[in-house]
Design a binder for this molecule. Sequence first.
Ligand code: NAP
Ligand code: MG
Length: 462
Amino acid sequence: MKAHDGFYIDGAWHPAPDRDTIDVVNPADEQIIAQVPAGTAADVDTAVRAARAALPAWAATPPADRAERLAALRDVLAARKDEIAETVTAELGSPLAFSQAVHAAVPLAVAASYAELAATHSFEEKVGNSTVLHEPVGVVGAITPWNYPLHQIVAKAAPALAAGCTVVLKPAEDTPLTAQLFAEAVHEAQFPAGVFNLVTGLGPVAGQALAEHPGVDLVSFTGSTAVGRQIGATAAGAVKKVALELGGKSANVILPSADLAKAVNVGVANVMSNSGQTCSAWTRMLVHTSQYEEAVELAATAAAKYGDRIGPVVNAKQQARVRSYIRKGIAEGARLIAGGLESPREQGWYVSPTVFADVRPEMTIAQEEIFGPVLSIIRYEDEDDALRIANGTVYGLAGAVWAGEESEAVAFARRMETGQVDINGGRFNPLAPFGGYKHSGIGRELGTHGLTEYLQTKSLQF
Ligand code: NAP
Ligand code: MG
């Protein structure tokens, strides 16, 4: 795999031959495929200075011109979509078809949505005798995870750039090649120098330096709750805006009137896709006691189909972490009905698609984010019981409700403490705000809501 031996700062690649390097490893065969430099606090400082220097001109660029650059970026990403899919497959391990359909295609849709929004959003409004200006917040420090490497970058960079902010990105150490490819795309799309900058590196070094840098006005982070909490505290200390997209433990609520087979099959697919490494995955399936055994059988059959189709998880640490949760589920007395501790392959960081039945809501596997292909099926007695279980975790990122009538599902969804709910298997909408209630985060990504995260208001009175 092609890799740059430097950082993309101020419109050019700056070689960093004397830095420590990070090995990029293919999780499917554990082979090293490339190396990238590990940025230091000094590298982050150089990037932030470039972003600050570029800010006044970019902020003053008419939104229509910013929209043109974003449209060019969308076109470059479209032209390079095969390369994107291959790169994500190489460093994340996801099957190529999934990389094409999701890892390459979704960021395209999001980039396109911000090309459009930059052109059409009202950056000025009248309120009585005032004119309210929606101005860019400033320099954005973006820290992204590896699970949807390009989507996580585009979901921050595209709205930030549309808003007139400038960006310094610190991507996950496991997936830096996709980030380098994105920087190339920004370059090809002819954004002015310094508007977007990339420093690869380790979280506690480059990531922390970025989050703490006084020249950063807003930190947008997606990842674990532990790191998010720390970044939020640092930002509060500096009176800095922060957006946090953290974990989830979402409920897939199947009401008795639902099409049970469809709800179970879609629910299993939702958890197994991307090897379970999706923060919004519906990892708790809630089934009425009268349909419970039927649902368990359907889920076991559905999970077995994924046995040889599932990709690996991202690294050895995640594999060990997911397995420790499977061990915990067994120890806590849940009934293993598919998968388990055995790996489906000898080489690579694979985890068997795993389903637990007889999971009680208070068990560890029903409370903590596992981030692997592990589903818990939980029994409920009536609708209030289902609601108590659905809302009974610290998280609130996503969820699903299935019912015979849409209105019945909607009535239940209104009572859920969560940021996004799919009704009877609703489709992904790149314009719908995405983000968490409770410990799942602060702020929203995507669409107009995602754009306004990067804006601050100034009112002029007449
Ligand atoms: P993580 O450590 O929170 O990583 C997210 C990003 O933050 C990465 O770029 C990481 O860099 C960086 N980072 C780490 N420590 C930092 C610090 N002290 N200051 C600033 N930035 C820092 O997550 P992880 O270790 O990859 O995964 C652990 C668990 O987090 C998963 O099992 C899962 O439960 C959860 N997770 C959630 C999401 C989500 O979408 N909400 C995504 C990924 C993971 P490095 O890559 O160098 O660590
Ligand atoms: Mg980490």
